[in-house]
Design a protein around this ligand. Sequence first.
Ligand SMILES: [Fe+2]
Length: 237
Amino acid sequence: MENLSRRGWLRLFGASAMGATALGLAGGGHSKSSAGPSAIKPYELPALPYPPDALEPHLDGRTISIHHDKHHAGYVKGLNTTLEKLEEARAKNEFSAIQALSRALAFHGSGHVLHTLYFANLAPKSAGPKGALAEAIKAQFGSQETLQAQLTEASNTTAGSGWGVLAYEPFAGRLLVLQIEKHENQILAGAAPLLAIDVWEHAYYLKYQNLRADYLKAIWNVINWEEVNRRFDQARK
Ligand SMILES: [Fe+2]
């Protein structure tokens, strides 16, 4: 069951085992021995790939620290707590709370994965997309500028808390812009997120207050296109 879950996660988010390691997911304890469910390690908070203030002046260090150390950590904790409760339910064969636990699993699990992608999708220096990704963007969006305009607007108009995401849909081999609400609503099943832009207020409020559009304008200066390229290549395999 756990191995099926692992494969499902990796397929849903387009990550190979190597990619999951790079995302900190394998370190999050998906490996399983024959000793049973208790041998599965809990998920872990991946370390930031840069110092918290490395993205200034576009994203301030205090926001990055709180975002990573408190908010992302909270989703990791929520995910592990939910998995513990599911294990307890299985042990007791008592599933009266399964609906709430299923919602919590999707919320905290998606929150953990999207935040892992978000921090990996940022870097102090930004170079544009290259190779096959650059060609796919030009063929499907017309230009990088048009893609950025659509993704910016999708992010800016996300209702309440959520995400703007560039994803790869493997059935047709198509790039799509998604507008995810909370962490888990309006996900397109099977589509692998390549670039995730967090528009929860905790991602920008200290520096930009209510000006989400200014945050979105600034974030394009620190997008790690090398990581987006890597995830695109991985998702197509
Ligand atoms: Fe966030």
